[in-house]
Design a protein around this ligand. Structure first.
Ligand code: UDX
Length: 447
């Protein structure tokens, strides 16, 4: 039943319910409405529903506020608090719920299971329930069992949306993957995407569920590889940018996801690699490559911390009383999301060594009580740099390239800028009297 096929054209717009309006659910709802479907999005958060009804989107996702506004205007998109009411008339119900890292690294399915129980008696006969949340293999079957409605097929339709590019990725997918025990139900869900020119992989539920984990594991593996490669380059006096350009042009390898950095993070890669490891362990399957991918990330960050300690520590070998300027806290540029941010992982370790951290991130306001024990957030990079022994670039915000580096140099106590995103211009920093230390090149002080 599986295979990659060209999409069929949609016969008619579908009535779609989306449960959960996080960046996946809201993007799914707003984009499906823009494709002509009638969409009702449900969220338990009353305040959020009110804001969405006014087209106020509280996540940083280019194009999303406009799509929400257009959807509301056309009448094809609505927001409700009442999940059962949202699903009662639906042809297709998308579950876009959080599946955070639970005990032992396993995905916590409490939200998915609670909603399945809430809607089980409300679903109309013949509708299809779609798991879009990233869930372990077997969850479609489990949701089916919880629903207890044999005439309501459950399929898996994983998303591959990058935060900050979610609308673009939804509307320009590389592929649409749908899997379920009922091939016709899987087809019906794939057909929702018919207006988008992407190949469809229609398969069984386990294959679809595993595809998502396999994709994120592979991406994380590539990044751990790139970060290890950077270490090799430092030791051998090579330049990682040239080496990755040299290998990346081979289409079997590919250029994307080979940029070394302060480790990989975000709301998906850490959670999904740990969840996959946890299901492998539960199934008695040893997957050394997966373990190594995760451990390499931890080790890489430890190494970067040691590099800062080696450069800035006082006579007692610690960073006690040493002030450091952090540029960027978000897990990547274009988002204010701090979930599993590599910047925060480094900040925590530096703090444990005694450092006093002053941070600037263009996406974060100055008031973040949740960060107050870790960093002092400033609204200005110069303020963050004031009296700091070194400056660390932790998020690849492009505007950091064009900061007033001579002014920053004048405020810094030390000379070194640890460019952990390989972002800055070497000559510009040198002209400002600063020493740029990147990752994976001859400019790097190996540590
Ligand atoms: C990821 C997947 O890309 C997406 O397909 C999936 O649906 C969700 O998880 P996202 O979490 O938005 O998306 O972040 P992504 O852009 O993939 O970056 C992940 C991490 O890798 C970030 O910390 C980023 O800074 C880092 N990264 C990425 C690098 O260090 N180097 C790179 O070359 C690319």
């Amino acid at each position: 039943m599986s295979g990659t096929t060209a999409p069929r054209s949609a016969d008619r717009p579908a009535r779609v319910a989306v449960v959960g309006t996080g960046y996946v659910g809201l993007t799914t709802g707003a984009c499906l409405a823009s494709l002509g479907h009638r969409v009702v999005c449900a969220d338990a958060d009353a305040g959020k529903v009110e804001r969405l009804r006014r087209a106020e989107v509280d996540i940083l996702e280019p194009g999303l506020p406009e799509l929400v506004r257009d959807g509301l205007g056309s009448g094809r998109l609505e927001f409700v608090r009442d999940t059962p009411a949202a699903v009662r008339e639906a042809d297709v119900v998308f579950l876009c719920l959080p599946t955070p890292m639970g005990a032992g690294g396993a995905a916590d399915l409490a939200a998915v299971e609670a909603v399945a129980r809430e809607i089980r008696t409300e679903l109309p006969d013949g509708c299809v329930v779609v798991n879009k949340s990233t869930v372990p293999v077997g969850t479609s079957e489990r949701v089916g069992a919880l629903l207890g409605r044999p005439e309501v097929p459950v399929v898996s339709n994983p998303e591959f949306l990058r935060e900050g590019h979610a609308v673009h990725d939804f509307l320009h997918p590389d592929r649409v993957v749908v899997g379920g025990a009922d091939p016709e139900a899987a087809r019906r869900v794939a057909d929702l995407y018919a207006p988008l020119a992407a190949p469809h992989v229609v398969t069984d539920a386990a294959s679809a569920e595993l595809t998502k984990y396999a994709a994120n594991f592979f991406l994380a593996m590539k990044l751990s590889f790139a970060n290890n490669l950077a270490t090799l380059c430092e030791r051998f006096g090579a330049d990682v940018a040239d080496v990755t350009a040299g290998i990346g042009r081979d289409p079997r390898i590919g250029e994307a996801f080979l940029k070394p950095g302060p480790g990989w993070g975000g709301s998906c890669l850490p959670k999904d690699t740990h969840a996959l490891l946890s299901v492998c362990e539960a199934a008695g399957i040893d997957f050394p490559l997966l373990r190594a991918t995760i451990e390499t990330n931890v080790e890489h960050q430890r190494r970067l911390v040691e590099r800062v300690v080696a450069q800035c520590a006082g006579p007692d070998g610690t960073l006690t009383g040493v002030r450091l300027a952090l540029l960027g806290l978000a897990f990547k540029a274009g988002t204010s999301d701090l979930r599993d941010s590599p910047a925060l992982a480094l900040a925590r370790q530096l703090r444990e060594r005694g450092a006093e951290l002053f941070a600037y991130d263009p996406a974060l306001s100055e008031t973040r009580p949740d960060l107050s024990d870790l960093v002092t957030l400033t609204g200005d990079p110069l303020e963050a740099a004031d009296g700091a022994a070194a400056c660390l670039v932790l998020t690849e915000w492009p505007q950091f390239r064009d900061l007033d580096w001579p002014a920053i140099a004048a405020r810094l106590d030390g000379r070194v800028v640890h460019d952990f995103r390989n972002l800055l211009d070497q000559d510009r920093l040198e002209r400002a009297g600063l020493v740029r230390q990147s990752i994976g090149s001859a400019f790097t002080m190996a540590g």
